[in-house]
Write a protein that binds this ligand. Structure first.
Ligand SMILES: [Zn+2]
Length: 418
């Protein structure tokens, strides 16, 4: 807590700003596996807008069928199907008749269910990347609380979420936010098994394949969680981690929300540990926004994972990861590709050089910083980045010059420019 005293006022203000709740969402979600569709009735209460908005804009899955959108004071709405990443719904308000700063909006729509995933692998996965609910265009910055009722027509499906799940009947559940966050994650898994560790602090969810592996994953997750808590402080009180039962899917990816993450199922513990360590680290590092500051989220999570691996597996394994990251950079350079400078990366896009910059070049720069200023100082800085929810590289460099020296901040700026 000592470090908090050193936070300059500007950053304290930022800290509270970043915690603003922009909406409350209440929803009824009905999953119909027989007709392969999900019916959704969703009630947004927009908060803290300050003034009555002229318009509000949301992305919603292009596959959705909208039954109705209503809101007090809303003149009309328009659906723009030509937008990316998904179709856009624009609501226009009449400022004179709206009469409230916080509009209530009611959406009623349905989206198709991915029956192939359900039939072949036994799961339904819903989250921000599927745009299954109206996602505000400020996606990662727009925090909300949600409270939903979920109903399914299949008793074998169990429900997991970034929120608290409570079974209220045979096929009915309530799911409620634990923290203000930017996503509603629902993972329904057939005949799910839960593997616990650290009391009930860690819950690993998966199917019944390879149960000893999942048991050891639960223990590893508990170990890594306690290490991070020791060096970065407390954040989420518990962890639910879902292992998506697909093997060898080149498009499989993981993601993390506070207290919750999803990863594709791996072959063995050794190949999964770094991914677990990375996703867990996002409980502390997730604030690098907008996109050109994504390294504050991804490079910091990856470097935290490397420190955790070093703690549990020793320095030689850590050095192996360092060598591997250098090799990935060199391979691209040999192929004549240019790896963007962190400060010129521009976006967390999916091109290989951009990804290599975020997951390899960025962590290697942090390693250089560790060698320059020492581990204790670097951990102080990482802790401050997490506690103060540092969002931009400029904020980070200011923090760095305050906690180390102007010269160190200049050194790092040069590294980020190369
Ligand atoms: Zn990540």
């Amino acid at each position: 807590m000592k470090k908090l005293l050193a936070i300059p006022c500007l950053l304290v203000c930022f800290f509270s700003f970043a915690d603003t709740i922009h909406a409350k969402i209440r929803a009824g979600v009905s999953i119909n596996t027989k007709s392969s569709r999900i019916d959704i009735a969703l009630h947004y209460t927009i908060l803290n807008t300050g003034t009555s908005p002229d318009s509000l804009v949301f992305y919603l899955s292009s596959k959705s069928t909208i039954n109705s959108i209503t809101a007090k004071g809303m003149d009309s709405y328009r659906i723009d199907t030509g937008t990316r990443p998904e179709q856009t719904v624009v609501l226009y308000f009449d400022k004179k008749t709206a009469g409230s700063n916080d509009p209530d909006i009611f959406f009623s729509y349905s989206i198709p269910l991915d029956q192939t995933l359900l039939d072949r692998y036994g799961f339904i996965e819903l989250g921000l990347d599927w745009f299954w609910y109206p996602v505000h265009t400020d996606m990662n910055e727009w925090k909300f609380l949600y409270d939903l009722n979920l109903q399914t027509d299949r008793p074998t499906l169990q429900v997991f979420s970034n929120g608290d799940v409570e079974a209220t009947g045979r096929n009915t559940f309530t799911v409620r936010s634990k923290y203000p966050d930017f996503d509603i994650n629902l993972f329904l898994l057939e005949n799910a098994k839960v593997f616990s560790a650290a009391g009930n602090d860690v819950k690993i969810v998966g199917n019944a394949n390879n149960m000893p592996l999942k048991d050891s994953i639960a223990n590893t997750t508990a170990d890594y969680l306690s290490y991070y808590r020791k060096i970065f402080g407390m954040t989420a009180s518990s962890v639910t981690a879902v292992f998506r039962p697909i093997f060898n899917d080149p498009n499989a990816f993981g993601y993390s929300r506070k207290g919750y993450f999803v990863l594709p199922e791996g072959k063995n513990l050794a190949s999964t540990t770094v991914y677990i360590a990375h996703e867990l680290a996002h409980f502390w590092f997730i604030y690098g926004e907008p996109k050109e500051n994504a390294w504050l989220t991804e490079s910091f999570a990856e470097y935290s994972a490397m420190l955790a691996v070093r703690h549990f597996k020793g320095d030689s394994v850590f050095q192996e990861i360092i060598r591997d990251k250098h090799e990935r950079l060199n391979r691209l350079i040999r192929d004549g590709r240019t790896i963007p400078a962190i400060l010129r990366n521009g976006a967390k896009n999916k091109t290989v050089p951009s990804q290599v910059a975020l997951y390899n070049k960025g962590p290697l720069i942090l390693e250089k910083l560790r060698l320059l200023i020492g581990e204790e100082k670097l951990l102080d800085i990482m802790r401050a980045v997490s506690v103060q929810k540092i969002r931009t590289t400029e904020e980070f460099l200011t923090l760095l010059s305050e906690l180390t020296s102007v010269k160190t901040a200049e050194f790092l700026r040069d590294e980020l420019m190369q």
